[in-house]
Write a protein that binds this ligand. Structure first.
Ligand SMILES: [Zn+2]
Length: 303
């Protein structure tokens, strides 16, 4: 027994461990016979525009910490937008509401560029430490804030740090969001099941493999140091894309302006866009567009 008297996991009965696993589960895989335009692969690029919110979330309020996030908005985001425009590629920007409030012009530039703006928490809060009501309140306020600043009501969410509490799925459904992009049970889109029941909510799965942060982050006073030379990321992500292309699936990528947006790193995104664009059978889409296609497929199979 633990101090609170709750059973240890090795003491759980079958309904208990089975119940935890079944809370949120993958249902039907949602990959069409072919993607729009007869494309063989769908490509969903995303940028989590966290900027200052990660230090703020941790109570790190000193200017030295916040400047790194400021770089993400001042320098990186405009370069990323220019690169996407050069290749004519849409992307999804997941932005904490506090980040959007700090950078309303950036929000406008996303919309003007034809990109999607989607939910990424209020201040990059850790939802697993919140009560259900606080998580609901912050997510609801985030939706309202993004809608007010962009003129478009967001339809999707990526939870901050991809954390997913016992209440997250229920909150997403209650707030009328159509898709989530925080979980990892597939390479391709799928329907989320809650306690074995269909939800109609689409998951566009992420993976740390297809994320810049784990390869490139560093903590000055901790042991965390970048362990991958930036150009190696091109090889990893090219291999992920090539396999998705062979399988007829989805290639989804998560980047952060304050991480990938540096001179020596943005070259990786350019090389990747060049590689992908060399194929004629690619559907570049926002997460919302892919989720809408998956949801339509779901409708066809609804009992
Ligand atoms: Zn984030």
């Amino acid at each position: 027994m633990t101090e609170q008297g709750a059973p240890e996991p090795w003491q759980w009965d079958e309904p208990t461990w089975r119940g935890h696993v079944d809370r949120v589960r993958a249902g039907q895989r949602l990959v069409p016979e072919s993607w729009p335009g007869g494309a063989r692969v769908a490509v969903a690029l995303s940028f989590d525009s966290d900027h200052e919110t990660i230090p703020l979330r941790d109570g790190e309020t000193r200017p030295g910490k916040l400047a790194q996030g400021e770089y993400g908005s001042r320098v990186a985001a405009p370069k990323i937008l220019a690169l996407l425009a050069e290749y004519g590629v849409p992307a999804s920007f997941f932005m904490p509401a506090v980040s959007a409030l700090l950078h309303p012009d950036e929000v406008e530039s996303y919309v003007a560029g034809g990109h999607e703006l989607a939910v990424h928490g209020w201040i990059h809060e850790r939802n697993m430490l919140l009560s259900r009501n606080d998580e609901l309140d912050l997510t609801g306020r985030a939706i309202e804030t993004l809608e007010r600043l962009s003129g478009v009501r967001p339809v999707g969410i990526r939870t901050p740090s991809w954390d997913f509490s016992d209440h997250t799925l229920e909150i997403i459904a209650q707030l009328g969001l159509r898709y989530d992009s925080s979980l990892m049970a597939d390479d391709d889109p799928y329907e989320l099941l809650a306690d074995g029941r269909r939800t109609g909510i689409v998951e566009l799965p992420v993976e740390w493999i297809r994320d810049d942060a784990p390869y490139l982050m560093m903590e000055r006073y901790g042991g965390l140091r970048p362990y991958t030379p930036p150009r190696r990321l091109f090889e990893i992500w090219r291999d992920e894309f090539d396999a998705a292309h062979r399988e007829g699936g989805l290639f989804q990528l998560t980047l952060h302006p304050h991480i990938i947006g540096h001179r020596s790193r943005l070259v990786v995104l350019r090389d990747l866009l060049t590689h992908i664009s060399a194929h004629s059978d690619v559907w570049f889409a926002t997460h919302a567009e892919i989720a809408a296609l998956a949801a339509a497929q779901l409708e066809e199979t609804r009992p």
